[in-house]
Design a protein around this ligand. Sequence first.
Ligand code: 13P
Ligand code: SF4
Length: 355
Amino acid sequence: SPSDPDLVERARKAKEKLGDKVFVLGHHYQRDEVIQFADVTGDSFKLARDAAARPEAEYIVFCGVHFMAESADILTSDDQKVVLPDLAAGCSMADMATAEQVAECWDVLTEAGIAEQVVPVSYMNSSADIKAFTGKHGGTICTSSNAKRALDWAFEQGEKVLFLPDQHLGRNTAVRDMGMSLDDCVVYNPHKPNGGLTADELRAAKMILWRGHCSVHGRFSLDSVNDVRERIPGVNVLVHPECKHEVVAAADYVGSTEYIIKALEAAPAGSKWAIGTELNLVRRLANRFAPEGKEIVFLDKTVCFCSTMNRIDLPHLVWALESLAEGNLVNRIEVDKETEAFAKLALERMLALPS
Ligand code: 13P
Ligand code: SF4
């Protein structure tokens, strides 16, 4: 839907007034009305790097979700302020692993006598507390674009990985990219005593997967893949690795949002694609590539937007920018110093992974 011209003008004016003092980051899943004001767009890895590369900007306005804004705060200097236009823009996956639950899990691993062999690898989509836990225990952060490199690194440090909080990204990377079998993976359920696992099961596992998932990507099914292949002969199925293993196994290509965009840029005219990721991005890509004769459809019409990503809309962005332009710092995301120090360790290990 076209954005309200009045709000567009207000956002433009406020941004102009702020000049170099403000830097607006937009995740690929953001609405078009918001993306048009982003100084840079990207996947979570690119945005983490880009946030750190703008030391002159006093305000980083993060159009994305809470964990991304936290990561930006951790990676930027103390006098830079990170602003999330709507504080309710969280992530249900990140909420599936709390600091208490993860501490309890570590106790279970210690009881089983394996904690010293375990290296935690946490997906970017986690709270700063979980990142700090990861840093404290010698682990690294990963995103969907470097999960294999993070796991390669982790298995050089130890024999087992505790992968938090997305079981699907963990399993897909282990099985698809690292040659492990499904039997090498166990799922730790934080809602069950001892994670629902015996000490023997923990000792036998190579990958201990936290029982978390993305509520958007988790809804694509094997049926969605089979249906689209039937409907559109010759279609290329391209999905995000947050999808379930059976979906990823049935797809032709798998990758992060940035990978998806590059794959479509390189696709020949006349090719057909079904994309399994967030709807704002798929629609934008469908519109962008239609004139080049690339047919792009959404993998499953019953799946919809990421509701928390969508909370950042033009009214919230205008409010944040106008407030900043008037000298009112609103919706600042600030991670406390101790958490920040350990979380930064884990994030910097990720940034140092070979690319
Ligand atoms: P990427 O942008 O890293 O592909 O992550 C997808 C996602 O779910 C972000 O919330
Ligand atoms: Fe979280 Fe999934 Fe939304 Fe990404 S798409 S912010 S993982 S709920």
